[in-house]
Design a protein around this ligand. Structure first.
Ligand code: HEM
Length: 405
């Protein structure tokens, strides 16, 4: 078996490859990526906790290239300490759980509106595509809402975000598509530039206002940093949560008994989400560059190397999780790698789990049947993001809605 993340048959079903890596070559040179893959939980932890050796500085430039909407400042995901610490403290000050705890009614409203649209388009029973009609719309609407994006501009906004996110695949696109991505990148920047100016003068109860006015130890974020942070939330928080919801339905498809338990007892939804995040995580790998020569699990890594901590593999490491290849919503999963670790631990952990919990609650409440149809799942063509590209589901709305119809 050869682990090559550029081979689509590997990315479709990476777990046997990870198991072989963990057993035989836990730190392995991958020629196609010109990078060292790191497969064991403990080694991934070492990489993520030692930014003086394993730097994040190349992350963003590699992802967005010349399509970065705010190229004049590095976003915090691409900064190493100490530069990272200042921005992270200010972002934390705005993004506190107390603030996020006020979001559920809005988030529930967004999920219910999407279900209303699905029923309006497809009737009260039949089939629809879960990715296109729900999971790809829900997180972008939530993040737009919490940032403070005007409801009237939401569809334009979704278009810009989709284009900028697709810059990660720019090598595969022709000139027409690239011109479109560049245009969307400029429009997204202009939108946040205007929003910053408005919220500076007239703060509202949204995150752009909170970022603009956050102050820690006499420090504030500059306009470019606020724009950058808003765009980072979009890039970090939209596709990941979309994929988490899609993956959840994929795994419920073959486990009707789990679906039934969760339907009977909604208090199990957070366990379900935790286990999906461990078992089949939306972010399969991260990117680091060595600032000095290193030795990891006996393997010498020269200075200037690209290193790929494989989060999806770390989550299946038997040294960390008992019986790791079994999907078990009753486990106490402990600290998974799904949101990273160390200085860059995901800022959106709390929000994304809240979104997923509310989405599953609303879907189970509104649909008496919601079942992904059998057949091969079409996974995204990506070596670092994992999620179904499309997911046809059969559905039937719950009886009271039928009665109202
Ligand atoms: C299932 C959903 C999500 C997953 C799996 C996920 C995963 C991750 C991971 C693995 C990292 C670490 C990156 C690194 O170390 O280089 C990260 C960082 C980050 N995430 Fe998330 N994320 C999710 C949702 C969100 C949401 C909803 C938001 C915000 C709206 C968000 C915002 C961020 C930000 C700002 C960072 C950078 C933090 C820093 O550099 O200090 N994420 N995320």
């Amino acid at each position: 078996m050869t682990y090559d993340p550029l081979d689509s048959s590997v990315t479709e079903h990476p777990y046997p490859h990870y198991a072989e890596l963990r057993e035989k070559t836990p730190v392995k040179w991958i020629a196609s990526m010109q990078a060292f893959a790191v497969a064991k939980y403990g080694d991934v932890l070492t990489v993520l906790q030692n930014s003086d050796t394993y730097s994040s500085s190349q992350f963003w430039p590699a992802l967005l290239g010349e399509y970065d909407p705010v190229p004049e400042v590095a976003p915090m995901i691409s900064l190493d300490p100490p530069g990272h610490v200042r921005i992270r403290k200010l972002a934390n000050a705005a993004f506190v759980p107390k603030k996020i705890a006020s979001f559920p009614p809005k988030i529930r409203g967004i999920a219910n509106d999407l279900v209303d649209d699905i029923i309006a388009r497809n009737g009260k029973a039949g089939s629809f595509d879960f990715v296109w009609e729900f999971s790809a719309l829900f997180p972008v609407t939530v993040v737009a809402d919490v940032l403070g994006v005007d409801v009237k501009r939401r569809s334009e906004f979704k278009h810009w975000v989709d284009d900028v996110l697709s810059a990660g695949n720019r090598a595969a696109y022709g000139p027409e598509r690239l011109t479109q991505i560049a245009k969307s990148s400029m429009e997204l920047r202009q939108y946040f530039d205007d929003l910053y100016e408005q919220r500076k003068l007239d703060p509202k109860d949204d995150l752009v206002s909170a970022f603009t006015h956050a102050e820690v130890e006499g420090q504030r974020l500059t306009k470019a940093e606020v724009m950058n942070l808003a765009i980072l939330l979009l890039i970090g928080g939209v596709e990941t949560t979309t994929n988490l919801l899609g993956i959840t339905l994929v795994h419920l498809r073959s486990r009707p008994e789990v679906m039934q338990r969760v339907r009977d007892n909604n208090a199990l939804i957070p366990n379900l989400i935790e286990e999906v995040l461990r078992y089949d995580t939306p972010v399969q790998m991260l990117f680091r560059h060595t600032l000095k020569p290193a030795v990891l699990n006996g393997v010498e890594i020269p200075q200037g190397s690209l290193v790929l901590p494989l989060l999806g593999s770390a989550n299946r490491d038997a040294d960390q999780f008992a019986d790791p290849d079994t999907f078990n919503i009753d486990r106490q999963p402990g600290q998974t790698m799904s949101f990273g670790n160390g200085a860059h631990f995901c800022l959106g952990t709390f929000l994304s789990k809240m979104e997923a919990k509310i989405a599953v609650e609303v879907l189970l409440d509104r649909f008496e049947q919601l079942q992904a149809v059998d057949g091969k799942v079409k996974w995204m063509d990506s070596y670092f993001a994992r999620g179904p590209k499309t997911l046809p589901v059969r559905f039937k709305v719950r009886e009271p809605e039928l009665a109202h119809g």
